[in-house]
Each structure stands twice: as structure tokens, then as C-alpha cells.
Ligand binder design. Structure first.
Ligand SMILES: C[S@@+](CC[C@H](N)C(=O)[O-])C[C@H]1O[C@@H](n2cnc3c(N)ncnc32)[C@H](O)[C@@H]1O
Length: 300
């Protein structure tokens, strides 16, 4: 029975699901129902939800860049993106000093806050955030450092408009721009000191685009200082995420990227504060994130 299950029944079911899932996910029919299962904020559980997500992930990760972008727009853009931004903005950033993240102190996990404040207190920068969503993080830094110029970017225009309506400061703007084009924004500006920051957004960027983004950033000219500061997640399932030659598929649109790898490929130095922070888990996310850690990356 075991052999029949492993060799015949299981592959048979997989094949049948794949056959049906290709047209099912590819064509925009039953979108409202599909979004309930695969939108990033879906809280559907149970065997049917698991089957839906499994078949979606299968379809998503085996598609090419253009097809993945279309699926991402279909399920992450529009109202879904704005709903998420609204959700993030309902949580204070940064939380109070004693806040915890699972077993850790919040400030030991989100190390970028003090590090960025230190950079910004020494010099004026063009500060760009990739995937700024709610705008709460860049809004916080913009409020503290009026001498620097802050530009929040996001894949979706609606999301940028939402952030702009929440955070109105003279030194802060929000523009739609995808991560792969971030170097172009820098090239078109007159600033010579630049910080590129991301918090939980590069995980949604396709590996092909992360690769190209690092390549483009490494070729910028007329820049005195370029700081890359990323707080993302890493997949720890088989080996630490900073030992992977590239990126891994995680599920639910996301990837675990090895930022050290992409930096090394493009001769970008890595600061010694770059680190993996364990555990990622909190009471609320322990089922979904049991094989996950925080990946803090800082360029030299
Ligand atoms: C998890 S949210 C970031 C939340 C943010 N740290 C906050 O606290 O508000 C990820 C954001 O990245 C954006 N995003 C996804 N892919 C992107 C890409 N390729 N380029 C730019 N932004 C992207 C999404 O639209 C989303 O708003």
C-alpha cells in the first residue's frame, strides 16, 4: 500500500492538481474567491486552503518573470495592498522601548532603527525605502531628520497614495517604483550620499530583480556614499540563508535572498554588523514561520 501511495497515487494526485491549477490560476476567473486563499492577508485554514496555496505556489514559482508579475498584481495589488498598508500603519513604529518580538527585545531584532539614526545624524542623505507600504518607517525617520530627503517607493501607486495621505512632511515623498529600478531614481537625483533601506519588502522581489538591482547599484557613478540596509527574512530549512548561492522560494509570493551572495557578486562590501537573528517566531506566527530567521544586511 505504501509503495502504491508513494509511486502511483501521490504522483497521480499531484499531476491532476497541476493540470487543473495551470488554467485555474492563470486566467482571471473566480478572482474574489481565489484572493481569499492566496492574498497575503488570507487567514483561511484547513485542507482545501492548503491545497489552494500549494497549487498556487507551484504555479507561481515555476512561471517566468512576466507571469509572476501578473499574478502578483492580480493578488497583491489594488485593495489588498492598501488593506495591508492600513494594517501596518495601525501599529506604532517604533513601538515603546520595552516592546518584545517573541523571545527577543524588539530593538535587538530591528537593529536598523539605531543604525540608521546614527548615519542620518552625521550627514544628510537621500534616503530611499523599497516597498515602503504604510510609510510608517520612512515617515518616522523623515520626521527626525529634516535635513535629509526621503523617498518612499512601492510597486503600487494606490499604496503610495495611501502612505502620502498619512505622512505629510516637506522632506518626504512617495513614488511608485519597483525595486529593480531603484538605481535609476538615484541616477536621476543630484544627491551624493544615499541610503537604500528595505524592511520586509525585498522578500517579495523576484531573484532575477534582486540580482539586477545589486548589479545596477554597483555601477552607480558620482556617489560618495551608498549604504544598503535591509531587514528581511531568511529560510533556515536546510542551511542558513547566508550560505545559499542566490535565493530560495519560500511560498506566499516570497523568497529568501542571500544578500551577502548578491553583494559579493557585485563587489559591494559587507559590514560586520550583518547578521542572522534567531528566532523569528512569535506566538502568532509560529506555525507559518518555524523555519525562518531575520536577515539583517548592511553594506560597508
Ligand atoms: C510587507 S510590506 C512592507 C511593510 C512596511 N515595512 C511597513 O511597515 O509598512 C511589502 C511591500 O513591498 C511592496 N513590494 C512588493 N514587491 C515589490 C517590488 N518588486 N518593488 C517595490 N515594492 C514591492 C508591496 O507592494 C508591499 O507594499
Amino acid at each position: 500500500m505504501n509503495i502504491a501511495w508513494e509511486r502511483v497515487i501521490k504522483p497521480g494526485i499531484k499531476f491532476a492538481v497541476m493540470l487543473v491549477s495551470w488554467p485555474f490560476w492563470r486566467f482571471p476567473v473566480l478572482n474574489t474567491m481565489k484572493r481569499e486563499y492566496v492574498a497575503v492577508n488570507s487567514d483561511r485554514n484547513g485542507p482545501f486552503a492548503m491545497l489552494m496555496r500549494w497549487s498556487f505556489d507551484h504555479q507561481f514559482y515555476k512561471s517566468n518573470v512576466a507571469q509572476r508579475a501578473a499574478l502578483q498584481d492580480q493578488f497583491m495589488g489594488g485593495d489588498t495592498g492598501v488593506t495591508w498598508a492600513d494594517h501596518y500603519s495601525s501599529e506604532p513604529f517604533p513601538p515603546d522601548q520595552n516592546a518584545r518580538y517573541g523571545d527577543l527585545k524588539w530593538s535587538d531584532v530591528y537593529r536598523f532603527v539605531e543604525i540608521l539614526k546614527d548615519f542620518l545624524s552625521r550627514e544628510n542623505y537621500l534616503f530611499l525605502q523599497i516597498g515602503s507600504s504604510s510609510g510608517r518607517e520612512i515617515g518616522y525617520f523623515a520626521g527626525l531628520f529634516p535635513g535629509s530627503t526621503f523617498l518612499g517607493t512601492d510597486l503600487y501607486e494606490d499604496v503610495c497614495e495611501f502612505a502620502a495621505s498619512r505622512y505629510q512632511l516637506d522632506n518626504l515623498d512617495f513614488v511608485p517604483c519597483q525595486a529593480v529600478d531603484i538605481a535609476e531614481l538615484i541616477r536621476n537625483s543630484a544627491h551624493r550620499n544615499v541610503i537604500v533601506f528595505s524592511s520586509g519588502s525585498l522578500s517579495y522581489v523576484f531573484p532575477e530583480h534582486v540580482d539586477e538591482m545589486f548589479r545596477q547599484l554597483s555601477t552607480l557613478e558620482n556617489i560618495d556614499r551608498l549604504i544598503l540596509c535591509f531587514h528581511e527574512m531568511g529560510l533556515t530549512r536546510n542551511r542558513p540563508p547566508d550560505q545559499v548561492a542566490g535565493s530560495l522560494n519560500v511560498g506566499n509570493f516570497t523568497y529568501s535572498h542571500n544578500y551577502r551572495h548578491y553583494a559579493g557578486m557585485n563587489h559591494i562590501g559587507v559590514d560586520e554588523r550583518t547578521s542572522l537573528i534567531y528566532p523569528f517566531i512569535t506566538e502568532e506566527n509560529k506555525r507559518r514561520h518555524k523555519d525562518t530567521c531575520h536577515y539583517f544586511f548592511l553594506s560597508e
